[in-house]
Design a protein around this ligand. Structure first.
Ligand code: ADP
Length: 266
């Protein structure tokens, strides 16, 4: 590739060490470049799909002179939906690129309980509409040094997925607890589940287990990659595993616990 400048040097002297480091660095640059390229090509593909639908729908309206008003109206509504999908995709792409390039924002100690309660409030109409019970067990005083917006985004994406990929009369259980130096946020569901072989890939950009279901639910395949990137930005991690005794999934986010305001300021 463009970055193959392997330096040939022998021995264990300083130059050899330097050469090693140089090789490692160019290797890293190469993977970053590859990741970027794949991202652009995946993104273009995702944008092309709704655009192709819009094209098809407009063509059929324009070319079919006998089309009744009712059908035409349906087609226009479909066009509107595709346009909305494009908006969602571009918004999320912007979130992701902003994360890559923007300078780190001001963080503060945030009590995660209140953030999750806000998300619970926002998502309860959706949960009700699909007949899923949303339960929260939230400990007080679980402080994390981050921004409210970022924590909201993380909780929202995970809880929305847990509802979207659930089954009628299903359940979502959100647990927040602080143990030792760590804050745990778990979102467990009784939903459709994720096959073992897909688990390592679901945090990748645009990865979807069931494309049809994700589309029907208005998904973009970007939600979990935003969760992962955002959690990492604040020193956190996120993992997904099969939920024992159910078909569902358990997502777990961890953050370094912020003990007191004074301690948090770095
Ligand atoms: P999407 O916009 O498609 O929901 P995400 O990045 O949020 O994108 O999730 C990626 C994929 O992971 C989803 O398309 C879905 O197949 C799977 N997934 C995410 N959360 C769950 C869940 N709680 N249960 C089952 N599958 C899930």
């Amino acid at each position: 590739g463009e970055y193959s400048h392997r330096v040939q040097l022998g021995g264990h002297d300083e130059l050899a060490l330097l050469a090693d480091e140089f090789d490692q660095l160019t290797g890293r640059l190469q993977t970053t470049e590859e990741v970027r390229r794949r991202f652009v090509s995946d993104a273009s593909h995702e944008l092309k799909t709704p655009l192709a639908s819009i094209r098809l729908l407009t063509d059929s309206i324009l070319q079919n002179e006998q089309m009744d008003a009712e059908t035409a109206k349906e087609f226009v509504a479909d066009i509107g939906e595709e346009a909305e999908r494009l908006t969602r995709i571009t918004e999320k792409l912007l979130t992701l690129t902003r994360m890559d390039t923007a300078p780190p924002v001001e963080t503060e100690p945030v009590d995660v309980k209140y953030v999750v309660e806000k998300v619970e409030h926002m998502l309860s109409p959706l949960a009700q509409a699909v007949d899923v019970r949303l339960r929260c067990r939230l400990e007080e005083g679980c402080l994390v040094r981050a921004t409210q917006d970022d924590l909201y985004q993380i909780a929202f994406n995970l809880m929305e997925n847990a509802i979207k990929y659930n089954l009628p009369q299903g359940e979502v259980l959100v647990t927040l607890e602080g143990t030792g130096e760590t804050v745990f946020l778990r979102v467990e569901d009784t939903g459709v589940g994720i096959p073992e072989e897909d688990l390592p890939k679901i945090f990748d950009r645009f990865y979807r287990v069931d494309k049809a279901r994700s589309r029907a639910a208005g998904g973009t395949g970007l939600g979990l990659s935003i969760v992962r990137d955002t959690a990492r930005q604040h020193g956190g991690t996120v993992t997904a595993r099969h939920r024992e005794g159910t078909q569902g999934t358990c997502f777990e986010v961890t953050f370094p616990r912020c003990r007191a305001k004074g301690v948090c300021r770095v």
